[in-house]
Design a protein around this ligand. Structure first.
Ligand SMILES: *[C@@H]1O[C@H](CO)[C@@H](O)[C@H](O)[C@H]1NC(C)=O
Ligand SMILES: *[C@@H]1O[C@H](CO)[C@@H](O)[C@H](O)[C@H]1NC(C)=O
Length: 355
């Protein structure tokens, strides 16, 4: 016979692991602070990338291909496997001289290297967490590495593991490099005359909830650098020009504010504010103010957009997702469940890459 105290003690012991499982759901998520060594590492990297852009081309590390053609740098920001790697592989095939790939993968999650075009393209990465400035740091690390790696990286496209291409590489390349330049169309560089392209980054003001997001770090902490009237929001996924990539890694003024931890986690999305706010303050005319990555916010839950399931994948969906309100077609879309890979591959050659 067991006596009651023993049974109670045993039950208590059994419930302990349960407590550990449930704790993250009950307690508010703790913020991942950016340590001083991490911050200094980043500063050194940003300084090197910034200096390399000022000095002669001999200071470039040339880890990427040294083919002197304008390229798109694809910056994959992930904390899980790149499940759509086979689809991207098809996307990149045959365009070897026109792109470079860089992957920032959260080192705390075990990621299977996808090989192929992704082979050896992982950059030195640090832990990332949603609703914290670590996503800004990771993005800036990708930008700096790509700037440093190849002086011919001209556009920098941020992509997540949930993103898919909606067009062929050729289509994407030509729509970016044929895109409307700003009024001062060309400027001279050591590579000859260069067209001043615009960045494809969403920049919105007067959105609902903007004030809560502005005050997420406390009242008035963003002042004087960022008055509320200049605070902007936009999709995390953008395509920046080289000029703007440099501007972003050289910034220290706004970063000082955006790196502060949030007091209100439910309004904390630093990565959706830092880039649009900085670029709208520094060079609004140089930005299209819209993104080329489609996202569906209809019926979103907990800050996550609609996530497409395999049954939803069809040629019609691809055609629908390409449509935008601008003169540009959407080039990429998110979010898709990993299981969508098979139906997407089924329509890759006949639909997605046929344009
Ligand atoms: C967006 O998501 C909703 C469901 O949340 C769905 O009904 C709708 O068809 C989606 N729109 C597109 C363009 O896929
Ligand atoms: C285009 O703009 C209209 C009106 O602002 C909006 O309702 C619609 O959702 C937009 N469509 C796309 C594809 O962004």
């Amino acid at each position: 016979m067991f006596s009651t105290p023993y049974v109670l003690a045993f039950a208590l012991l059994l419930s302990l692991p349960l407590l550990f499982l449930l704790a993250p759901r009950i307690l508010p998520p703790r913020h991942l602070p950016i340590s001083l060594p991490d911050e200094l590492d980043d500063l050194a990297l940003f300084r090197r990338a910034s200096l390399a852009s000022l000095h002669s081309s001999s200071t470039f590390s040339h880890l990427g291909t040294t083919n002197p053609q304008p390229k798109i740098a694809f910056l994959f920001l992930t904390n899980s496997d790149l499940k759509f790697a086979p689809l991207w592989e098809k996307f990149f095939k045959g365009n070897e001289n026109l792109f470079n790939i860089y992957i920032h993968a959260d080192p705390s999650s075990k990621i299977n290297p996808p090989g192929g075009v992704f082979q050896d393209r992982f950059i030195s990465a640090k832990k990332t967490q949603r609703a914290s400035p670590t996503l800004i740091s990771a993005t800036r690390r990708l930008l700096a590495t790509a700037l440093l790696d190849d002086p011919f990286n001209s556009f920098f496209a941020l992509i997540s593991q949930h993103c898919i291409p909606l067009h062929s590489f050729r289509f994407a390349y030509h729509s970016l490099f044929a895109s409307t330049p700003t009024e001062s169309t060309t400027h001279s560089t050591r590579y000859g005359r260069q067209v001043k392209y615009r960045s494809f980054i969403e920049i919105l003001s007067k959105e609902p909830g903007l004030w809560e997001r502005y005050t997420a770090r406390g009242n008035d902490v963003m002042l004087p650098e960022i008055p509320f009237e200049r605070f902007r929001v936009g999709s995390q996924f953008f395509i920046l020009t080289r000029r703007h990539a440099l501007l972003v890694i050289r910034d220290r003024r706004l970063w000082r504010k955006f790196k502060l931890p949030c007091l209100k986690t439910e309004s904390c999305y630093p990565e959706e504010h830092y880039f649009p706010t900085l670029l709208s303050m520094e060079d609004e005319k140089g930005c299209t103010k819209f993104t080329l990555t489609h996202v569906n916010w209809t019926g979103s839950v907990g800050g996550h957009p609609h996530t497409y399931r395999p049954a939803e994948v069809s040629p019609e969906l691809v055609y629908r997702l390409r449509l935008s309100n601008s003169t540009y077609s959407y080039l990429f879309a998110r979010k898709f469940l990993p299981d969508c890979l098979t139906p997407l591959l089924d329509i890759a050659d006949t639909v997605i890459f046929r344009d």
